[in-house]
Write a protein that binds this ligand. Structure first.
Ligand code: CA2
Length: 146
């Protein structure tokens, strides 16, 4: 059976490419999904790609990833900076997880500098736009093979 990788996306990321292109670029979430699926094919893994505007969905999907022993690439979006529920879910599921952000959160407003996810992540990628998703996928595969 192929290794599954859950790619989870938090609130408002469904708006990518439709609003604020100056910050987040012109690429849509569907474009990112296509890129990840192509990379997943190359790497021989199964991609489960999801987005939700609801914190509880992300919590449930982390639990599901844990049950399936899937690896997780997550852009928690604004929940990065607010969600103890997400932190607790990641810790309880003890999933291997990489955190990704399109923008460099450390070069933005101070409220974006803290992440409730980073301390539980194997690594954090931010500031490389859409390429960060591909970097994160490759990093997860490498971690899984070690
Ligand atoms: O840089 C990232 O990937 C973020 O996770 C994006 C979040 C932000 O809250 C984080 O601090 C950093 C925001 C995602 C919202 O995306 C939008 C896209 C287009 C229009 C409006 C919002």
């Amino acid at each position: 059976m192929k290794q599954q990788i859950f790619i989870l996306n938090g609130p408002n990321l469904n708006m990518l490419g439709k609003r604020e292109p100056g910050i987040y670029g012109a690429t849509t979430l569907s474009d990112i999904e296509a890129l990840c699926r192509a990379e997943g094919e190359n790497l021989g893994v199964e991609i489960v790609f999801r987005q939700s505007n609801h914190e509880g969905d992300l919590v449930s999907w982390i639990q599901e990833a844990g049950e399936r022993q899937a690896l997780v690439l997550i852009n928690p979006a604004a929940y990065t900076h607010t969600s103890i529920a997400l932190h607790d879910a990641i810790r309880a599921a003890s999933v291997t997880l990489v955190e990704v952000h399109l923008s460099n959160i450390h070069a933005r407003e101070s409220f974006r500098h803290h992440s409730y996810v980073s301390s539980l992540a194997k690594g954090v990628i931010c500031g490389f736009g859409v390429d960060g998703y591909v970097m994160g996928l490759r990093a997860l595969i490498k971690l899984a093979s070690q």
